[in-house]
Structure formats: C-alpha cells, structure tokens
Design a protein around this ligand. Structure first.
Ligand code: FAD
Length: 372
C-alpha cells in the first residue's frame, strides 16, 4: 500500500504515525509546504488528562509528560471588572502547537516515515494520484485547499468577527474569557497558559470595532501594542507577540458533505474546520485520523474503507460544525448580551450550545469505536 499524506499538521502526522504502527510494511510519505521550524499558532486546548483520556491527542504519544502541557481546572469569565470563577469539570489540557507537532514528527521518524518539508504546494493534477493507492489531504484550511473538488460538495462560510491569535509571556492559570468595553467597541480575549512561561491570547471583535480602532491601518506591531493596551490590566505589563502567518482575519468554516473521491480523502480542518471558541479543532482532526486508520485496517480494499469512513465521519463533523457555528454566532452577537450582569452572561455563555445534541458524547462514542 502506497499512501501520500499532504500536510504535516496534527491530522496528517497522527494518521501517518498510527497507520504505520499498525501496518509497518505500508509505504507512507508526508509532504509539507512549510519549513520544519515554521509552526503557525501558539497553544491549543485539548480534553482531559494524558495519558488517561483517549480523546486527548497527547494520550497517544509516549513523551506526553515532556511537552510542558498545562492542566487547567478553572474557567474564569471577566466582565465589567468582575470575575466569575468555576470548575471546568473535566481538566483541560493546554499544549504548545510546536511541542505537539515536534513530538508527532519524532514518532513518525522513529517508524521511518518520510516527511518532506518545504515541499512546493502542488496542485491536484501534479499530485499524480494514480501513483498512490491513497492520497490523504490534511492540509488545513489556509489555502481553501488547492485540491478543492466539487464532488465533495465544499462550503465556505466566513465569520463576521475579526480575530487574531497572539502569544504572551503573561501566564494565565485558568481558562480566561475576558470581555472589555473600550471606547472603540467590545473586545473579547480567550487566554490560557500552554507551557510554563507562555499563554495563548486570541482576541476577537466586531468588524465595526476593528474599523473604529483603525486596526486595518495599523502595522502588526502597532496592532499588538494597541490590543495590549486594551487588556493592560490583565496582561500586567506583558506584551503580545505576533507571528508572520497570523494576521487579523474572519474565521473561515470549511465544510464538506463528502469526505472522499476515488482514492483521495480529506482529514482534519481540510474536511471540517470549526470556530476556535469551542477549542475542539485539533481533537476533531486527530479523531478523524483515528477513524480513517480504523477503516483502512478493517477493509482490504480502499473503496470499502473510504465508504465506511465517510458514513461515520460526516455525521460527527456536521455536529462539530453546528456546535462551532453556534458558539461563533454567540460571540458575534455579544453586543446584545454585554449589558447582562456577569452571572447572566456566564449563564448565557454556558447554555449557548444546549439546544444541540452533546458533542463530547458523540466524540466519545466515535473514539471508542475507532480505537477498538
Ligand atoms: C485562534 C485559533 C485558536 C485555536 N485554538 C484551538 C484550541 O484551543 N484547541 C483545538 O483543538 N483547536 C484549536 N484551533 C484549531 C486547530 O488549530 C486546528 O483545528 C488544527 O490545527 C487542525 O489540524 P490539521 O492537521 O487538520 O490542520 P493544520 O494544523 O492547519 O495543518 C495543516 C498543515 O498542512 C500544511 N499545508 C497546507 N497546504 C499545503 C499544501 N498545499 N501542501 C503541503 N502542505 C500544506 C500546512 O502548512 C500545515 O502544516 C484553533 C485555531 C485558531 C485559528
């Protein structure tokens, strides 16, 4: 079996590692457009404590305890200078994306999986699909996929809010959601520590607030400085750090009604992306990898394996999309809720996804099935 994996993010690397572990004689090659040192994004949250919680991708890595992951047990909502603190229930694990990818690379290397970094982002005809039994597209959303296929019924929706993903050396010991009234409008920060000395600091605001603050006219450095001033009280003098690939954007939700076409299959964000406010993108990307590994190990032919994968993954991904969209819309309508008391705002935030079937339950069921 000859497999080409396009994109060395969590989906592509976890798929390659687990597939090769199960089928050591299969030929798996990964191509990645970025340089090995170029990792976009800061830290992400994952569910539960590794190695006990199988939905946490770190539970599948034998060096999970060397990645400086942080376990956060409290959620803090800050509004009008008041804060509301409560338990997260299940501990939330925050980890640096670079550390997670570095560990996955090591796991792949140990199994002699070739990862070709700085590979030119090739177009679909150049892929030479016929040279492979299977081509796995795990190239995220960044380029709306160069391999976009109408057969898979893609849909793209852009969020109304503007967002940016910063890092900071201020360590936030709990999951923080900070609402800031500013003369230019309302800014919301999602902040938590993901290593001993760094935190993620993702900020969103309405398009109008973005324009009022003239963020469209500021340089990256000026913008980071302005936002650091907005959250001066919480950052306590720490600055915000940007990255080249991370600019102010509207969140892009990429969805597909079908996950495969002939010998080509989509995984992770390339199949379904979901707003960062529910913190599940990496978990879903890795879960879709486990599901594909399972299907390929159960069936002897690719068409049957992909058909089985599709039947399971599409309903799960559309539930993920619904949860993520509902959460995104809640943040987009924050101006309607901002005058609530802190307690009412917490309640509104907590119940924003209650009308939907629970995602953790569906996630758990699919995971157990995939890992059987
Ligand atoms: C602000 C923000 C905060 C987030 N927070 C969280 C969080 O807390 N928890 C969470 O679980 N998720 C979070 N996410 C989502 C998470 O980052 C993604 O869901 C996850 O990275 C998806 O993994 P992936 O492997 O599918 O794609 P990616 O991580 O995007 O990896 C795709 C890879 O493919 C490469 N590539 C792209 N095009 C090509 C090409 N043509 N050829 C070769 N390689 C290519 C890219 O360089 C990249 O390395 C967040 C996202 C954002 C934007």
């Amino acid at each position: 079996m000859k497999i080409l994996v396009v994109g060395a993010g969590p989906a592509g690397l976890m798929f390659s590692y687990r597939m090769k572990k199960l089928k050591p004689d299969w030929d798996i090659k990964v191509i990645e457009k970025n340089d090995i040192n170029e990792v976009t994004g800061w830290g992400v949250v994952l569910p539960g404590r590794a190695p006990h919680h199988p939905a946490n991708p770190l539970s599948h890595l034998d060096d999970f305890d060397q990645l400086s992951a942080q376990y956060l047990e409290e959620f803090k909502l800050v509004h009008c200078g008041q804060s509301n603190m409560k338990s997260t229930g299940l501990p939330v694990c925050a980890v640096e994306r670079r550390a997670l990818l570095g560990s996955l690379q090591k796991h792949c290397k140990r199994l002699d999986i070739e990862i070709e970094y700085s590979s030119p982002a090739i177009s679909e005809p150049e892929l030479n699909r016929d040279n492979y039994d299977l081509v796995v597209l795990s190239n995220g959303i960044n380029h709306k996929s160069t391999y976009f296929r109408q057969e898979l019924k893609p849909e793209i929706e852009y969020g109304k809010n503007k967002y940016i993903w910063y890092g900071t050396s201020k360590t936030f010991d709990s999951l923080n959601l900070i609402f800031k009234h500013h003369p230019k409008g309302i800014f919301v920060a999602h902040a938590y520590k993901y290593s001993n000395d760094m935190s993620t600091f993702a900020v969103e605001c309405s398009e109008q607030t973005y324009l009022n603050a003239e963020l469209d006219k500021l340089s990256d450095e000026e913008s980071a400085f302005f936002i650091a001033q907005v959250f001066e009280e919480e950052l306590e003098g720490h600055t915000l750090q940007g990255q080249n690939g991370l600019k102010w954007r509207n969140f892009m939700t990429l969805s597909h009604q079908k996950s495969y076409d002939q010998n080509l299959v989509l995984l992770g964000d390339a199949l379904q992306s979901g707003h960062f406010s529910i913190g599940h993108g990496t978990t879903m990307a890795v879960l879709s990898s486990h599901m594909l590994v399972k299907a390929l190990s159960e069936y002897t032919d690719i068409p049957s394996a992909l058909k089985s994968f599709d039947a399971k993954v599409i309903p799960l991904m559309s539930l993920f999309r619904d949860h993520a969209n509902t959460s995104r819309l809640w943040f987009e309508s924050i101006e309607d809720n901002i005058n609530l008391s802190t307690t009412e705002l917490v309640e509104s935030f907590d119940t924003r996804r209650n009308a939907l079937p629970p995602l953790p339950k569906a996630l758990g069921q699919n995971l157990m099935e995939a890992l059987k």
